[in-house]
Write a protein that binds this ligand. Structure first.
Ligand SMILES: Nc1ncnc2c1ncn2[C@@H]1O[C@H](COP(=O)(O)OP(=O)(O)OP(=O)(O)O)[C@@H](O)[C@H]1O
Ligand SMILES: [Mg+2]
Length: 363
């Protein structure tokens, strides 16, 4: 090899390795003859593990069979184009995981026949953001609808409630009283749904302050003191000393706790134990709430955060409690997770980021 061609080959390698997208050169038999650093990173291989191998090891099982035919088709009409013609494409990593890709194909005449240069872009992050955006948009629409409806329905409901209570005071007829009392409780139910919807719509901009979660927990539990005692539920609280503050909206966090505690009370009609703990984990405060209730069957666990998902009787649950909880937690930059064993109980974990100003001052 002459010095110039050696140098130009070195340069060529540098250029290819500097490319942000993965690049693979495949010969007409489908054997990988060149691979750049980005592709190695994407697929999790070392260079020597890929060179000389069939490109099919990078293709997930279900797509592998069709690939050979596709490759033959491409070589018949070798033109630069994107692969898959609008289909979703996936790459297969060495560890067996898959990721969404976009692939551009360019035919390259090599000494040994026609090669194909595949340029691979990992689009999994883009896809994740797209899904998240669609979800956020849907929830925003629902929020707007909810606040509109809450207003339209709230006013007549208050009138109905007022009249029913007025008549209730004026009558001595037992049958009438019973009927009116039913109207009152049913209207209260609707009001509850509406309040949940409003909390969900959260038109109010959150007011974030440095907040001590211990106070929030105590305050929320206080509201349920009587109900908890009546339901034969005992409370066990574990709080790490000198817990850092979080930057949060107080009312919203109380709403989070109320919704979780009510769910736990509902899950333990025969009584049980409600355990709450607050701990600090590096940059987060973790709130753990577990009950010894009936638990959540695995097949519905993924759905509990969805709007309007409820297993409670018609009129009893709105199915918005956990949607509100998740919305608030995520709006605060936090995360929520659930674990449950049927017949044993359910645990919710909420992680909220520390108040940054405070975190900076203490580190
Ligand atoms: N601690 C828990 N134990 C068992 N199941 C639970 C628990 N928390 C939630 N769930 C399940 O998740 C579902 C959804 O909860 P979510 O709070 O969103 O709505 P809901 O409680 O049904 O209605 P609402 O909150 O309006 O009263 C519940 O219907 C219940 O099946
Ligand atoms: Mg609930």
């Amino acid at each position: 090899m002459s010095r110039e061609s050696y140098e130009s080959e070195q340069q060529w390698h540098l250029i290819v390795d500097a490319a942000p997208s993965g690049m693979l050169l495949v010969d007409e038999h489908g054997t990988i003859v060149m691979v750049n650093i980005s592709a190695l990173r994407q697929f999790g291989y070392e260079r020597e593990e890929l060179l000389g191998k069939s490109v099919e090891i990078l293709i997930p099982g279900p797509f592998r069979a069709g690939h050979r035919q596709y490759r033959a088709g491409f070589l018949k009409v070798p033109q630069t184009r994107s692969m898959g013609a609008g289909r979703e494409l996936f790459g297969l990593r060495k560890d067996g995981s898959e990721f969404a890709v976009e692939i551009g194909l360019t035919p390259i005449q090599m000494n040994r026949g026609m090669g194909t240069l595949a340029s691979v872009v990992d689009i999994s992050e883009r896809k994740r953001l797209e899904t998240q955006l669609r979800r956020t948009e849907r929830l925003a629409e629902l929020g707007t609808l909810a606040s509109g409806m809450a207003h339209e329905i709230g006013t007549p409901m208050n009138v109905i409630l007022g009249r029913a209570e007025y008549l209730l005071q004026r009558t001595d007829d037992e049958g009438m009283k019973k009927g009116l009392a039913t109207i009152v409780t049913q209207v209260e139910r609707i009001t509850k749904v509406m309040n949940q919807l409003l909390a969900f719509a959260r038109r109010k901009t959150p007011e974030r302050r440095a907040i001590d979660l211990v106070e929030i927990v105590d305050e929320s539990l206080e509201m349920f003191e009587e109900r908890i005692a009546q339901s034969r539920i005992t409370i066990d609280k574990t709080i790490e000393p000198s817990l850092p503050l979080v930057l949060a909206d107080r009312d919203q966090l109380i709403q989070v706790l109320i919704n979780l505690v009510i769910n736990s009370i509902h899950a333990m009609p025969e009584g049980g134990q409600l355990r709450l703990s607050l701990t600090c984990e590096e940059s987060h405060v973790c709130l753990r709430l577990s009950d010894t209730g009936h638990g959540i069957p695995e097949e519905i666990r993924a759905k509990v955060f969805e709007p309007f998902f409820t297993t409670k009787d018609f009129g009893k649950g709105t199915g918005l409690g956990l949607t509100v909880v998740k919305g608030i937690v995520e709006e605060h930059g936090g995360t929520i997770a659930v674990e449950s064993v049927v017949g044993k109980g359910t645990t919710f974990w909420i992680r909220l980021p520390l108040d940054k100003a405070q975190a900076a001052a203490t580190s």
